[in-house]
Design a protein around this ligand. Structure first.
Ligand code: BES
Ligand code: ZN
Length: 373
């Protein structure tokens, strides 16, 4: 009780409101560099990743505090939900011919504008909570008078909830789930711990959230009725160690939920150099990645390439760790991505929604192809 009172107390230091306790809390941190997870202050985990970023290297961490550890490979039922992707035929060509043109990149741009107009979407700030509620309302607005759609807030041990919108499957395997998601929170790495930080997070990751919302809108507007259940997720607390997605993926695994495929969209708006879509090859399923590349060639028809994050850089790593198949298409190579993320300069003006269109198309192809039994 005392501990949580201290953690929630805020003090005013040099003009910035800091959440007093949270940066000094000891957490179980996995830095993804091969060293075993260890207890350290959240502040020190952040300086590790900030120092690396400033030195032009990429590094991050996964906050494993309170999360279960799994033996690998995943035991039990989850394994049996793996689809045979190698031989899986593509069957949604006709549907996609008529639905891909319904995608409207200007809606994605409008959503990014609205989301990035918040002071921040920090996982422990009231702005972050409001942004999550705003996203939930958008899902609800888009699915009015649909009784096969459910929109839920998924709460965590911190203030910001994640959001999950589901379209119920209609087939005999309706208990199987296909997920598309991205994180809703934002951060300013120079103001860790401040609930009043300026963190517009237009590219990181209003772009991914807006893409998820647009895929949801088009699926509904086109009258698509999936065999499997489709879930559209926006995760809380990614920027502080993948907290929201770990809670969700680990809960799903504990409950034996059969998630057959997960697409992670984190940063889709900034055109780096060269390939338009870059598939990350670490902490993902190679089979699902290959299948998604086939969707690129068949339906999206823009150039793609591959790269590595080199660490658990986003929420796909949470799913992967829980034994599920995930894929992460990214805006650019690591060396040509948007260098203004985690600052006040991550603004919509740097983004190109024609570049982002490839991710909207890929997301729609992914959800429709994988949802049919
Ligand atoms: N969107 C970034 C991850 C990213 C950045 C991927 C650049 C590829 C290129 C993500 O939101 C992020 O910032 N992640 C943290 C790690 C997190 C687990 C603390 C990071 O990269 O420091
Ligand atoms: Zn991100």
């Amino acid at each position: 009780m005392r501990g949580s009172l201290i953690a929630f107390a805020s003090v005013f230091i040099s003009g910035i409101v800091f959440a007093a306790g949270e940066m000094d809390e000891f957490r179980l941190i996995d830095r993804g560099d091969g060293s075993p997870p260890r207890m350290m202050r959240l502040r020190d985990a952040f300086s590790f990743s900030k120092t690396a970023h400033e030195a032009g290297r990429c590094a991050g961490f996964m906050d494993l505090t309170g999360q279960p550890t799994f033996t690998s490979p995943a035991p039990f039922a989850v394994e049996s939900f793996k689809l045979n992707l190698e031989d899986r035929p593509l069957t949604q060509g006709l549907y996609l011919d008529s639905s891909l043109p319904l995608i409207d990149a200007s809606r994605v741009s409008d959503t990014v504008k609205e989301l990035s107009a918040n002071r921040n979407r920090y996982y422990r700030s009231e702005y972050g909570v409001q942004a999550a509620k705003w996203i939930a309302e958008r899902f609800k607005g888009l699915s009015r008078n649909r009784n096969d759609v459910k929109v839920e807030l998924f709460s965590h041990s911190f203030e910001q909830p994640s959001v999950i919108a589901s379209i119920a499957g209609q087939g005999p395997h309706r208990n199987e789930i296909v997920v598309i998601g991205g994180h809703e929170d934002s951060i300013n790495q120079s103001a860790f711990g401040s609930r009043e930080m300026h963190a517009p997070g237009a590219d990181d990751n209003a772009s991914g959230v807006a893409t998820v919302l647009e895929v949801f809108r088009v699926i509904l507007e086109s009258g698509f009725k999936p065999d499997r259940t489709l879930m559209f997720m926006t995760y809380a607390g990614e920027e502080v160690g993948l907290l929201g997605s770990q809670d969700i993926a680990n809960r799903f695994r504990k409950e034996g939920k059969s998630v057959v495929a997960v697409m992670q969209l984190d940063m889709t708006g900034f055109p780096g150099a060269g390939n338009q879509v870059v598939f990350m090859t670490d902490n993902v399923s190679p089979e699902l990645t290959k299948f998604s590349q086939k969707l690129m060639d068949t339906y999206v028809r823009v150039r793609w390439g591959t790269d590595r994050c080199g660490y658990a850089c986003s929420d796909h790593a949470s799913w992967n760790r829980a034994g599920y198949s995930a894929v992460m298409p990214f805006e650019a190579t690591m060396s040509t991505d948007n260098k203004d993320i985690h600052t006040t300069r991550d603004l919509i003006g740097k983004l190109d929604f024609n570049h982002g269109l490839a991710f909207m198309k890929l997301g729609l192809a992914f959800m429709s192809e994988l949802s049919m039994e």
